[in-house]
Design a protein around this ligand. Sequence first.
Ligand code: PCA
Length: 325
Amino acid sequence: MNRLNAFLASTAIAVMAMSSAQAAEKWDMPMAYPATNFHSENGAAFAKCVSDGTGGNLEIVTHPGGSLFSGNDIKRAVQTGQAPIGERLISAHANENPLYGVDSIPFLATSFEASDKLWKAASDKVKEALDADNLVYVYAVPWPPQGLYTKKDVNSAADLKGVKFRAYNAATARIAELAGMVPVQIEAAELSQALATGVAESFISSGSTGVDSKVWEQLTNFYDVLAWLPRNVVFINKDIWNGLDDATRKAISDCGDKAAADGTAKSAELAGQYLKTLAENGMKVSAPSDALKQDLGAYGATMTEEWLQKAGADGKAIIDAYKGM
Ligand code: PCA
């Protein structure tokens, strides 16, 4: 009888172990931008790809709009395992590691083609930086080129003095400082409200975020200054990654490669349409004047020097590799 009991017990344990190995795992994926934004839609397609690729063993549920963690909290949440996976505007963490800001050095890479090259030159080092932060890189997608939004005509940087300027990373905050503006750090999810209440009256971003936030309700001008193309990066907690089997890792990597290609193509395809939408809603969409271009170019030169100082030998190697491509 004892032996039978022991047999039954061990069988039960074996069955439990088997079913728990096969039970679908569910991951929450915090994202900062609205559900209808192309990054969020691409993230949802990535999640479906992983579910299909793992035969339903791993289900990823995206939480766009900063609904689970606000943009600024997503990286820490994934590092600490509060969330297994997440998407974040990586340059917003350039104060932790200058390499995270490689994609927002003003006027270094201002087209999709150039942004692609810069990422090829930089991504190995960025992956190492993420690894040191307990994160495993999955994929990255650039935003369309960044322009300047204002509520008045701006002919040179002198017209920006004293303006309340919404910043989203160290580079945008530094431009504000150099132009004598007043920087205030605001999440994209709070941007409409900040503009409506007068907390911010200008910012640098893509046509995509301008359209998401319907900024024509408060602002009048978009200057297509082509400052840079910052990236959203999707990463996984390294301890969780290390616990995955090879097949699951491969499914995630393959879907990540597909998401990088599809998301980048979508960004490029939509870039012009966003600017049309701004104009259709009454905004003046124009190239910057020569004077404004010159002023911003001078800030860019200063900031490039500052970045190279901070990023040291790794930074220089990336820029040299990029320029040699
Ligand atoms: N939109 C994001 C970052 C870059 C962009 O185009 C934002 O404004 O927060």
